[in-house]
Design a protein around this ligand. Sequence first.
Ligand code: DGJ
Length: 755
Amino acid sequence: MSIQFDPQDKTITLHTRQTTYQMQISDTGHVLHLYYGRRIDGMCLDYLHILTDCGFSPNCYENRLRRQVSQDILPLEYSAAGCGDYRVPALECVSAQGITGADLRYVRHEITGGKYRLPGLPAAFAGEGEAQTLSLVLADQATGLEAELLYGVFEAADMITRAAVFHNRGKAAIRLDRASSLCLDIPFDGDWDLLHFHGRHCMERMPERVRLMHGIQSVSSRRGASSHHHNPFAVLMASDATRTQGACIGVMPVYSGNHRTDIEVNQANAIRVVSGLGGDLFSWQLEPGDSFHAPEVILCHTDGGLEDLTHRYHAFLNRHVIRSPWRDRVRPLLINSWEAMTCDFDAEKVLKFAGEAARLGVEMVVLDDGWFGTRDDDNAGLGDWWANEKKLPGGIRPLSDVIHGMGLKFGLWIEPEMVNENSDLYRAHPEWVLAVPGRKPVMARNQLVLDMGNPAVVAHLYGVFSALIRENGIDYIKWDMNRNIADAHSAALPPHRQLEASHRYMLGVYGLLDRLTGEFPEVLFENCAGGGGRFDAGMLYYTPQIWCSDDSDAIERLTIQAGTAVGYPVGTMGAHVSICPNQQTGRTVPFGTRAIVAMSGTFGYELDPAQLSEAEKRQMRVLAERYRRFYDVIHRGLYYQLADPGERGDFAAWAFVAADGGQALLNLVVTRTHANTHGIHLRLRGLDPEAQYRLAELIVEGCDRPDGEYLGGAGLEGRVFTGAGLMYAGLTLPPMRGDYPGVQLLLERMDAEAL
Ligand code: DGJ
């Protein structure tokens, strides 16, 4: 049993393969958090918490003569505002009678097989026997508010999911102002750092590691989307933890809207982490008898350093979060029209583009923005999801048929959540946008945001997009979202519910995604929000891949993809080879190097093949074949970031190692070339130390020395290496000349008989 209740010492213990999580019900009914860390069996850990009178830390009434027992100091499993715990609360609420906060005490708990579900929200799922659920109910007497804490314990995957459901069992309405799924108190045991992933449009998820300070620090978004700016993923790292060793705790909300993870270091140097919904853009009116589900958080602990945490999140998201059948399929090698033609195309141009691509090994053509309504640029048309007859006479179907006839799949771009003022939809339904009455709306990309919290809007969109997919033989959908929400005011909600608009928006988006992906499981959905503006576990539940960034420059992508891959599997990252000079940076990078980078994601193209040289076209054919050859090791292997440009400045290197250690693919890109350098030295990880490996393939791109000559200097050819040698002593590659040269090097374990 991975969840155990001990009636003697009143502990509830959750075990995963390598971790233990323990809590205890105290004599006052507070649920104390005792431990989360490396696995410990058969032990009550309540001795860890020394009771002291801290001064200015109050006591609950029952403890008025035991001043050393304060709810402000004790590690609590879940804590609300207004009851003498001054740390950052997991729950803030006020009842219609004016009662603020909640004094949450234990009521009951239940342990069941399987994984709980959250209606209307994305959440991890489990197969038979893969998870158990703990439901722990705390309640506040004064208001009748119940907080049901849900724990999904995935023993083999070493993960615990957390969610909270709030039930109003009282007689008056209760307004939730903060509703967190996770509250985690970590006692002081040395210094901890916070690793978070900030960014901007075209430079998402840049890791930043900072020492935790006393007080509250936050990772949050108020943009109505999980955002390019603050990804909903935070890692606490013991200050001595590194990539390969030490304690790390990951907190990953399964949510795509406004999120908030607060980390507080208190007077006792203890840490509290609270994650969920909150802040000035959230409240929820809970009428008597109603329940509210807060979005899930995926929690992970390891002592094996950041890399081990990464491996656990990758495996978990791949197995327990991504639902699409495409998760386990080789994704088609696609070409997307956006950087090649933006909105400037017609059927003839698209067919020429498709025909050329088909000859070069591409398997799917994606027609991006510009095919609908009056969409000649990004000022008009959003909302009018019928083909622009001037560009595509007869509509999408004839185009789709011809493209299918070429042996290609056909995909289409949509931006369901948005509308232009200059559209028939807006003219017919101005009340369907989020807008503040009496104020001119805040514009972005000259577009407005539809009120996805309004069921009429979602019903309309479902009708439009299900027909579009069904009637036109669509194989792939790129679901874009190109602005953040500013006027989160819904014409469909009464005044006292206006702060619900942002969360209702996300529920509407999830509802629409759920219906469409459920009805069309064979369609491959790719999420996008101006690149990676909603790269989160919530979206991955519906769409197995996400366009990683609108910055397609391969050198920029080294940073973006490495940051993204700390939490998210490489198979989720949309990555394309685009034209050079790159449209975002003006930089020129060798074609082959661009391909090495894009291949570490869902490989594709974002260019017009007609503009390529004959040599580049030949290379595309070679790459199509290489993509398939390396697919398994990249997408099913373990990912190791060996050197990133941020650390060394001169090159980035990363490897994929097959789970059984049988194959390893080393990838390397030189980001700064120097004269008189001494080679590139790397140590691999994840190999079988006892095994012998041979160099099965070496691909050198963009280096001014041909492959053979380059290798000649390395003395690697024909050599046999041991796994131990490659990991402990490493590998030295000769210096590379040229602009942004790159290498792919495939190592294969030798069979015993081949030795
Ligand atoms: C933003 C996306 O990230 C791009 O790839 C492209 O689809 C444009 N939107 C189209 O408007």
